[in-house]
Design a protein around this ligand. Structure first.
Ligand code: AMP
Ligand code: MG
Length: 349
């Protein structure tokens, strides 16, 4: 299959590209498109065959449900059995934006899209290209991250091209994604809402609107054998470069010293990388330093993290040491992704 790639300027969207892309979605094909979180691999969310194609292009296990993307709040009610009060409060505050909510699903949502669950994940993205595509398609768009399953999520069109060229119909290149981490997921079906995946809408922000919010264990720690996360996707290996990743966390000076000590102990035949903050980048020796962003602006780290994990592969790095962050606010989401990339290998100093 030939994958057509079109660039669009987010401030001056070429409607011809959107019309072409919407035709593909309507006829059951797949289009990768930018959102404010990561690039999505979109198909008609109400067409079971489109869902099957998405799983196959990504190599994604079919029990890992897809998020439905809407471009108008009015598109929500046909997809769900009820809209809880908490969902209305969150929608008012954070939609359109990087927040996904889990609802009880209505019958029009195919089991292929919901991975066999009786719930459905819905998000209203703020990215203008995403909104234009959903509106022109006239259907909710099912879109997981547009990467090969297990690889870091794509935050640039080039990442999508690397993973999926030849496997999908079209890629819309709308530049780098603003937030760079997948959406926050919150289950609003119970009395007390539960955070299933942390993201740029932080736990603190959710609690400021809802009061009490529970946190699924899979958000911060590795699950025990037999335990299942509430978001099925959280059980799979994720975000992994080919290199081994080790997180080192603690007091700044001790952390830098420990990473340098670990580098010096690493087999000389192995290429070592450090995912570092701007503030510490000059302090590492005998390694390639990959600067994710500034500790003072965690959003810069979030926006670049997946790019850095992908860079590890392109630069044939064998072992990566990553600076750990404090797990509050955006740090919770960044550390959630890093921990998965590291298979929960963390050294505390
Ligand atoms: P991705 O779109 O690649 O970021 O993956 C979507 C994430 O949403 C996965 O972790 C899914 O397991 C999760 N998800 C989608 N639908 C549901 C649902 N109905 N209940 C819980 N988690 C869901
Ligand atoms: Mg994904």
């Amino acid at each position: 299959m030939k994958t057509h790639i079109f660039k669009v300027d987010i401030n001056n969207i070429d409607n011809n590209v959107i019309v072409k892309a919407a035709e593909i979605i309507k006829s059951g094909g797949l289009v990768a498109f930018p959102t404010e979180t990561v690039y999505g691999l979109g198909g008609d969310g109400l067409n079971p065959n489109a869902a099957k194609k998405i799983y196959s292009a990504k190599g994604r296990p079919s029990d890992n449900p897809l998020i439905l993307h809407i471009s108008d709040i009015g598109q929500l009610s046909p997809l769900v059995r009820e809209i809880p009060e908490n969902a209305l409060k969150l929608a008012k505050e954070f939609w359109p934006g990087p927040l996904t909510m889990i609802f009880k699903k209505s019958d029009i949502v195919p089991n292929e899209t919901s991975g066999g669950l009786d719930t459905v994940a819905v998000r209203f993205p703020v990215n203008k290209v995403a909104q234009a595509l959903i509106t022109a398609s006239g259907t909710p768009i099912a879109a997981p991250s547009a990467n090969t399953s297990g690889r870091p999520s794509p935050t640039r069109a080039s990442h999508v091209e690397y993973d999926l060229n030849g496997k999908i119909d079209m890629i819309i290149d709308g530049g780098a994604c603003k937030f760079g981490l997948e959406s926050t997921i919150i289950d609003v079906t119970g009395n007390i809402p539960c955070l299933l995946r942390p993201g740029s809408i932080t736990l603190e922000m959710l609690r400021s609107v809802l009061g009490e919010v529970n946190v699924d264990k899979a958000v911060v720690s590795k699950l025990d054998k037999g335990e299942l996360p509430k978001a099925p996707g959280m059980k799979y290996k994720h975000y992994s470069p080919s290199a081994d990743v080790v997180i080192v966390r603690g007091d700044r000076n001790k952390m830098v010293d420990k990473i340098n000590e670990l580098i010096s102990q690493t087999d000389k035949g192995l290429k070592v990388g450090v995912i570092a903050t701007e503030e510490n980048k000059e302090r590492y020796i005998n390694c390639e330093v990959l600067v994710a962003g500034s500790i003072k602006e965690p959003e810069t780290i979030a926006a670049n993290l997946f790019k850095m994990l992908r860079k590890c592969d392109h630069h044939h790095i064998d072992r990566v040491f990553a600076e750990g962050l404090c797990e509050d606010e955006l740090g919770l989401a960044i550390m959630n992704r890093l921990k998965k990339a590291a298979g929960y290998c963390i050294i505390e100093v």
